[in-house]
Design a protein around this ligand. Sequence first.
Ligand SMILES: C[S@@+](CC[C@H](N)C(=O)[O-])C[C@H]1O[C@@H](n2cnc3c(N)ncnc32)[C@H](O)[C@@H]1O
Length: 215
Amino acid sequence: MGELFTKLRRIPGMLLRGVNICYEKARGLDFSGIIQPEMEGHCAYEASRGMAAYIMLRAYLCSRVSNNDAIIDIGCGKGRMICFFAKFAFKKTDGLEYSPELAGIAERNLRRLGINGAEVIRGDASEFEDIDGYNYFYMFNPFGEAIMKQFVLHLKESISRTPRKIRVIYRNPVLHPYLLYEGFKVEEDLRRTLKANKIYNFLWRNMPTIIAYTH
Ligand SMILES: C[S@@+](CC[C@H](N)C(=O)[O-])C[C@H]1O[C@@H](n2cnc3c(N)ncnc32)[C@H](O)[C@@H]1O
């Protein structure tokens, strides 16, 4: 009985995913799929998805973002989140992606959606230092600790060079303890936004973990 209930609970998510894939196909977009990494230490491509995640992010960003802010998706894959962030007041919504193939697909998706001005930078996060112009960083568990260490090092150097408050929004934050160790403070656990909503808890029991940090 419990197993049947668990299976039934997955149906709304599966239906939504199906609708989403049809919508993408109809518009000539491509955000779907899971693509294994070409190099060790890099995580597979999988787009941020799930209505619960978008609702949490919207609630968090709407009350904070102004046109003085700029965001970059570190490991942007096919650009799904660049398109999402472009709906907010950010003056800049860019992405960094090490896979040239994924970066090319991201650019095509942006063009098809008429999102101009967003840049897909090709490069590895461990070597990326051109970050002074951003104060928001989004990551969906893009890589392991070795690359994160290098990235955090560049982030801290950037803060010393150009002092500002930065925010890191980290989905599936497997390196949470490391960020705390490096002096990042939890600003908000975005799951709290949905805590009171019984319908979302029912439909998305495995709610994604998204944590916003400040430094
Ligand atoms: C889980 S996917 C997330 C995609 C996108 N951020 C989203 O939320 O829809 C992680 C992405 O990070 C990219 N990535 C992994 N290691 C990277 C690195 N060192 N530098 C830049 N991108 C990287 C992968 O190619 C993949 O596209």
